[in-house]
Write a protein that binds this ligand. Structure first.
Ligand code: FAD
Length: 290
């Protein structure tokens, strides 16, 4: 199909983009990489009156490295993260994530903020950025807001963003030497969306797990934080029993009643357990190296 007729405006400035969103309300849509929006326009699932193109705004493109965090401009593409053209927050996690998104052509144009605003819980960034404790900086004519990435998705393709707000940047804390990560995406074919997505971020004190962030994607309409009882994930984290992971995950996705449910539950438990193992093994490798 072809999109319905739509006015196109290449914004000259962030100010202009914000003003147009304020005056058109739901009838205006931002376009960044177009990798999610254009298919929706083609299928006429979205029929805005005006498209506001923010992809050429220099003020949204840069990444700024600070002492404790990196501020990624909204239009930072997956490809630039994959290529290391912007700073990584540590240990190559963001590059590993970016390189698994769609195909290179998608990654050349698709953006960090576009992925968040599209609010698909099977997409990588909403899950990974929640696990990393990132903060989303947004702007509208009403002012600025900072929203935690954890909780940013509110339901199926729904986020905390108001229709007149622009994501201007995403701030991600730098991972210290006491933090390790594990990440696993399962998709049947390269280039496809995840069937399951797991991220583990562990903070260590004296060789023991002091804090864990375990997150699952593609398991529900929102990224899911998996909370294990303290006596289950402690010490060196080497022996988290599969039954404990099954209990924690089924508590979030519901009891498995059908063979399909059991397949999905097992898949999520497996991706989570492998992400956790990776994070634990990175710690062991670090201990050997120092
Ligand atoms: C073949 C294919 C495979 C893909 N595979 C994957 C995959 O495996 N994993 C994955 O995560 N994604 C995948 N994607 C989606 C891709 O990552 C998109 O790039 C991303 O979801 C949207 O980014 P975009 O810049 O293209 O946004 P656009 O398509 O331009 O916009 C998407 C939405 O975000 C809004 N928006 C854009 N920028 C902003 C902003 N700064 N502030 C507020 N709202 C904004 C738009 O108005 C629109 O509603 C795939 C896409 C394709 C076509």
């Amino acid at each position: 199909m072809k999109p319905a007729p739509v006015k196109y405006l290449a914004a000259d400035s962030l100010e202009q983009a914000v003003d147009v969103l304020a005056s058109f309300g739901d009838e205006a849509k931002l376009i960044a990489g177009g990798q999610s929006l254009v298919p929706m326009l083609n299928m006429r699932l979205a029929q805005p009156e005006v498209l506001v193109d923010i992809s050429r705004l220099a003020e949204l493109r840069d990444a700024v490295q600070g002492p404790v965090s990196v501020l990624y401009g909204a239009t930072t593409t997956h490809g630039r993260i994959e290529d290391g053209a912007v700073p990584d927050v540590g240990g190559g996690l963001l590059a590993a994530v970016a390189s698994g998104i769609g195909y290179r052509a998608v990654r050349n144009r698709g953006t960090l903020a576009g992925s968040l605003a599209h609010a698909d819980a099977s997409a990588e960034w909403p899950v990974v950025l929640a696990a990393l404790g990132a903060t989303i900086h947004v702007r509208s004519v009403r002012g600025t807001r900072e929203l935690p990435a954890a909780g940013f998705l509110r339901g199926f393709f729904t986020s905390a963003l108001e229709s007149d707000e622009v994501i201007v940047a995403v701030e991600v804390p730098v991972l210290g030497p006491d933090v390790t990560w594990g990440y696993l995406k399962f998709a049947r074919k390269d280039g496809e969306f995840a069937e399951s997505l797991a991220v583990a971020v562990l903070r260590w004190v004296d060789g023991q797990i002091a804090n864990s962030e375990l997150w699952l994607g593609a398991a529900s309409g929102i990224p899911l934080a998996v909370v294990l009882p303290e006596d289950v994930i402690h010490g060196t984290g080497e022996v988290v029993a599969r039954t404990d992971l099954v209990n924690a995950v089924s508590g979030l996705v519901g009891a498995a009643r059908t063979a399909e449910d059991r397949y999905r539950l097992n898949l999520h438990v497996t991706t989570l357990s492998r992400a956790l193992r990776q994070a634990v093994q990175r710690r062991s490798a670090h201990d050997v190296a120092v």
